[in-house]
Design a protein around this ligand. Structure first.
Ligand code: SAM
Length: 284
């Protein structure tokens, strides 16, 4: 039986992975959750049919959302993860012994349960004693918080469905208040390659620039995401992501990573000309 998972990256462009096993399927109040298995990508989870995480390339995404801010401010102690249901971001955070609190606010408890059951590679550290799980809307959770976190990681879905609110000015303003004076926000910044994703990339970046003093974008290669060219946003009240990189301090942590290193830290902020022009030219 030849069963394939397809995701349309554009109306006339599709990405397909042959499915060897359909391990899990369920519909929560928020989205359709499926976990499949393929001989190349291993187990992979989709939400409403959109690729979220695969065993083979999750290390790239979770390295780059976590280690970039920790290498800029190695004193980060209090972290908020919004989304992140598969647990991969939390797993990387728990590798820092000096982090004292990791609050993970995931709107959909079923995503966490499915990840614990089928994706131990990412969910393996959700039971760390520093981790507090909240099954709530991240947009509501941050409201009214003041100076409670040194780092906020928005590990969300795209700006549709439950993820839409996590790309708003209101949300970025609430994150700004919830952060300490030297706080850092890392946000999902979509992709510059296809028109529909490019539009969301610009919108998110423009809104964050209205709220934070220092705003940059960095890139990484994510094979199973549309075009493979994916971005995170780095926003901070005080730190510049390259000038304030604490290379020696980070390397002395001795954290072994498969994708992140302090060279790619700098390189990831060096953007292609078309991307720089898109981000600089707000009229486009
Ligand atoms: N970490 C994954 C990866 O490797 O690409 C992708 C992201 S993770 C699966 C996205 C999570 O964001 C989902 O579990 C989704 O339920 C959650 N989410 C979406 N909107 C949310 C909201 N408003 N508040 C909290 N969590 C939300």
């Amino acid at each position: 039986m030849n069963f394939w998972y397809y995701e349309n990256h554009q109306d006339t462009v599709t990405f397909g992975i042959k499915v060897d096993k359909h391990l899990y399927t369920n519909k929560s109040d928020f989205q359709q959750i499926d976990i499949f298995e393929n001989d190349v990508f291993g187990k992979f989870m989709t939400l409403d049919g959109l690729m979220m995480v695969t065993e083979k390339d999750e290390f790239i995404y979770h390295d780059m959302i976590t280690h970039i801010p920790l290498a800029v401010n190695p004193n980060i102690k209090r972290v908020l993860v919004i989304g992140g249901g598969d647990g991969g971001t939390v797993r990387e955070l728990t590798r820092y012994k000096h982090i004292t609190k990791i609050d993970m606010v995931e709107i959909d408890e079923l995503v966490v349960k499915a990840s614990i059951e089928h994706l131990p590679i990412t969910s393996c550290k959700l039971d760390d004693k520093r981790v507090n799980l909240y099954y709530q809307d991240g947009l509501e959770f941050v409201k009214g918080k003041e100076n409670e976190y040194d780092l906020i990681l928005v590990d969300s879905t795209d700006p549709i469905g439950p993820g839409e609110g996590l790309f708003t000015r209101e949300f970025y303003r609430d994150c700004y208040k919830a952060l300490s004076e030297d706080g850092i926000l890392i946000n999902q910044n979509e992709s510059p390659y296809y028109e529909s994703y490019r539009h969301e990339m610009k919108r998110a970046n423009e809104k964050i620039k209205e709220v934070f003093d220092i705003v940059n974008v960095y890139q990484f290669h994510m094979p199973t995401y549309p075009s493979g060219h994916w971005l995170f946003g780095f926003a901070s009240k005080t730190y510049h992501p390259i000038k304030d990189l604490k290379k020696d301090i980070w390397e002395n942590f001795g954290i072994k990573t498969k994708y992140y290193n302090t060279d790619i830290h700098v390189g990831s902020f060096m953007l292609p000309t078309y991307v720089k022009e898109l981000l600089e030219d707000e009229s486009k």
